[in-house]
Structure formats: structure tokens, C-alpha cells
Design a protein around this ligand. Structure first.
Ligand code: MN
Length: 130
């Protein structure tokens, strides 16, 4: 079964670009554009990993991570943060939030794939076959 990724991104164009990239690589993609939608999607779809835009409009993407980490059944799902912020305190805040990895915007797709291979079961196999 293909690895299943939830993309949480409030910008529709960015979300579509990510979806296209990942689907070409063989991932199955779900998406959500807000915290509320993301929580529902995590519970419903149980993705293998979450790709999380930290700046979700006025919402803080990291609240999703603390919410997930507090739930036994969702706490182990890897979350890869996506951020345009390069300031150290913000990177520190992301690291301490319980995210598994960080990818900076604009996204370097090769780096993103590497992160997914690190954290998503089945992703390595997928890359070999593609
Ligand atoms: Mn955003």
C-alpha cells in the first residue's frame, strides 16, 4: 500500500503543487487547509505522516502537533513542519514542539523526499520502484 500523507496548507496553490509532486512519487495524498480540518483528517484518515505548514493563516500549525501528541493513537504519526521562517527562535520552537523534521519554504523537493524517506514507513521502497 502506498504511504499516505496528509498535507496541511492554507495556500491552495502550494497545496496543489505539493499534492502533484507527491502523487507523482506514488504517495496517496489527503489535504486540509485549517486546524479544524486537519484534526478531522488525522482522526479519519490516520495518515502515515503529516506535512504541516506552520503558518496557517492566523492559526499556528504547531497546535496540531501538541493536540496529536496528547492522543495515544495519533501521537506517533510523524509530522514534518514546513516553514518560511528562518529565524532561530522560531526554528527552536518548531524543534521543541515534537515535529519530526523541518523543511523550509520555498520547498526543495529533493530535501522533502529525503525527510519523507526518513520518517515514513514504505517511502524508501516507493522511491526505488519509481
Ligand atoms: Mn501558510
Amino acid at each position: 500500500m502506498n504511504p499516505r500523507i496528509l498535507i496541511v496548507e492554507d495556500n491552495p496553490l502550494n497545496g496543489e503543487l505539493l499534492r502533484d509532486w507527491l502523487e507523482v512519487e506514488g504517495y496517496t495524498v489527503f489535504d486540509a487547509a485549517s486546524l479544524t480540518a486537519a484534526k478531522a483528517a488525522v482522526e479519519r484518515d490516520r495518515p502515515d505522516a503529516v506535512l504541516l505548514d506552520i503558518q496557517l493563516g492566523t492559526e499556528d500549525g504547531l497546535s496540531l502537533v501538541s493536540w496529536m501528541r496528547g492522543r495515544r493513537s495519533l501521537g506517533r504519526i510523524p509530522v514534518i513542519a514546513v516553514t518560511a521562517q528562518a529565524m532561530l527562535p522560531e526554528l527552536q520552537r518548531i524543534r521543541e514542539s515534537g515535529c519530526s523534521g523541518i523543511v523550509s519554504k520555498p520547498i526543495d523537493f529533493k530535501l522533502l523526499v529525503k525527510q519523507l524517506q526518513l520518517w515514513v514507513p514504505g517511502a524508501k521502497m516507493l522511491q526505488k520502484n519509481s
